[in-house]
Design a protein around this ligand. Structure first.
Ligand SMILES: Cc1ncc(COP(=O)(O)O)c(C=O)c1O
Length: 370
């Protein structure tokens, strides 16, 4: 058996002609920066998500920074987020000048524990930044209610949640701004780095368009300080082709998740749950066990890849030691870092292979006493 965590080659083989054709169009047009391919993708993504505006960005990281800058987050402000996410979420809070303030996550959904938010709010808090981890949205009803009560803004880090829904509303359309990564391995992935912000507010969309292009709305007139977070045309063209497949791809991910959940239900593994009112898009299928390392090793010996998202929570990373958190501060994030294991999950993974992977896991669990 040789099973990887993703198979982008297979994904691209299925749509290769169309990809080649749109990339050729960009080369022939020589419009590599911004231009009609970017606008076309932005419009398609707005239709897909239901957001009023999509603003293409160079990466999910750039999207997070642009969102914070657009909301005037800076020195003296605090932004509440989780310690169990990819580092970019917190790096960008740092880069904005604000202080990251963590709240713990829920052990079963891995998203922000909303019951802990109010304790973390101070008179400096400006933004709540939930992360829709692994493809499942945080409890946006409660987050929005808390934000409204304390007059805070909300940025949804939806890097891992293209197509996810909460009460029928798409990820990125409930808070003030949603940020997306289109890193190649994401549910919707480019052929390089790419990202986007979504918003329903005209003024924020306009401001983010300036921020991503050196603060200009007119060439060489720099209204505000900006950056270069432009989405390039080749990536936009690729994304527009792939977006047409996303609903089908997400549905297949859901099937694979059901195969795993059904076949592993009698083991002692802690399986991921779908919270009420959510459409989970399974960017990752993540199980938990205290014998994670043994299980990972046994699967590797069989040629089955697994991954750790994430092995060290951010409050215990050297990069964030300046925040002076210590072990024990966020016990759920700490426990999850020790126990999580991501199984192969991608739209091209045949259901039969997911069954075979599950059968191997069941055998190993018996051997390990899980
Ligand atoms: C939760 C989260 N936020 C932000 C990012 C950053 O996105 P990018 O890699 O496109 O910069 C990622 C990427 O993995 C992510 O998973």
């Amino acid at each position: 058996m040789k099973i990887n965590m993703a198979d982008l080659k297979k994904q691209h083989d299925g749509i290769r002609e169309e990809l080649d054709s749109v990339i050729k169009e960009v080369i022939d047009s020589s419009a590599f920066i911004l231009g009609s391919k970017v606008t076309d993708f932005e419009n398609s993504y707005s239709v897909f998500t239901g957001a009023k505006h999509t603003v293409g960005m160079a990466s999910g990281t750039g999207a997070l920074h642009a969102a914070l800058v657009a909301l005037d987050v800076g020195v003296g402000d605090e932004v509440i987020t989780v310690p169990f996410t990819f580092a970019a979420t917190v790096e960008m809070i740092y880069l904005s000048g604000a202080k990251p303030v963590f709240v713990d996550i829920e052990p079963d959904s891995f998203t922000m524990d909303v019951s802990k938010i109010e304790d973390a709010i101070t008179d400096k808090t400006k933004v709540i930044m939930p992360v829709h981890l692994y493809g499942q949205m945080a409890d946006m009803d409660r987050i929005m209610a808390i934000a409204e009560k304390h007059q805070l803004k909300v940025i949804e880090d939806a890097a891992q949640a293209q197509g996810a829904e909460f009460n029928g509303a798409h990820a990125g359309t409930i808070g003030d701004i949603g940020t997306f990564s289109f890193f190649p391995g994401k549910n919707l992935g480019a052929m390089g780095d790419a990202g986007a912000c979504t918003t329903n507010r005209d003024t924020l969309a306009e401001k983010m368009r300036m921020i991503l292009n050196h603060g200009q709305s007119i060439k060489y007139e720099h209204t505000i300080i900006g950056y270069n977070y432009r989405l390039d045309s080749i990536q936009a063209a690729v994304l527009d082709v792939k977006l047409k497949e996303l609903t089908k791809w997400n549905a297949h991910r859901n099937k694979i998740a059901s195969v795993y959940s059904e076949n592993l239900k009698d083991t002692g593994l802690i399986l991921p749950i779908i919270n009420e009112n959510r459409n989970h898009v399974w960017h990752q299928y993540v199980i938990r066990t205290g014998k994670r390392e043994e299980l990972k090793k046994a699967l590797a010996e069989l040629g089955i890849a697994t991954a750790l998202h994430y092995p060290i929570p951010l409050h215990l990373q050297p990069a964030f030691s300046y925040l002076n958190y210590s072990t024990g501060d966020f016990p759920v994030a700490e426990l999850c870092s020790e126990e999580v294991l991501s199984l192969p999950m991608y739209p091209e993974l045949p259901e039969e292979t997911a069954v075979e992977i599950s059968q191997e896991i069941v055998k190993i669990c018996k051997e390990l006493g899980i």
